[in-house]
Write a new protein. Sequence first.
Length: 264
Amino acid sequence: MTETKRSAKVLRILVAVLLAVLMVSGVFATMLRSHASTNEEYCYNYLVNTMGLNTAAAAGLLANFEQESSFNPTLSGDSGSSYGLCQWNKSRKTALINYCNSNGLDYSSLYGQLSYLFYELQNEYPSLLSTLRSTANNSGGAYNAGYRFCYDFERPASRESKSKARGSSASGNYYPKYAGNGGSYTTQATTAAPAPAPTQPGNYVVSTGGSNLNVRSGPSADTTAVAKVTDGTSITVTEVSNGFGHVNVGGVDGWVSMSYVKAA
């Protein structure tokens, strides 16, 4: 074989390999787009059907999921300290994993992470959940939901500007997509939203579905957990503030989320 023929053969092989790489890359890119779209729709349906949010509130969360993880539940960030759909960071990542493990859920799955998000909103951010549930079902409500979820829950660097950007994405992109879907997606909850949290002092029973309930040093999810109380325990709430009730558990004074108690 002459040098010219050998060079031509090598060139043909290289071209064939390059074409194969481009084809596989194209297929891979298409699969990624399809995967993201499917995850997005899955999240939307969970937010509406299980969490009981309206389309505007769901749009606000979708805008945040996109920016945090592009709807990829296995995404790691911040050198591995952040993880998942909402990029739970450090102790919040550990809490996600522990919750899923204790409830028989896969923490790397969308269902596991959305289940934890719902638990977290009810137990740690009841005021934010109340805001989301009362959001007006229009583009303005979508903006407010996107802004508030970013500002109060995600709390990224450049908090104000990112909250505004996510609010704009919620109202300009996600709300129009799902509000005018022509029936392609479920737009109303098919399960009843949980009953409103009690707002008065009194005798209650912890109702968490089997998990422990944090007793915190103050009436806020941002305060330190000073004790835990098991599901089914009877407690007496002496004061209610910001969605939290003041209790004394085993001699420890603290506050529990009223979203996780029911009348005795």
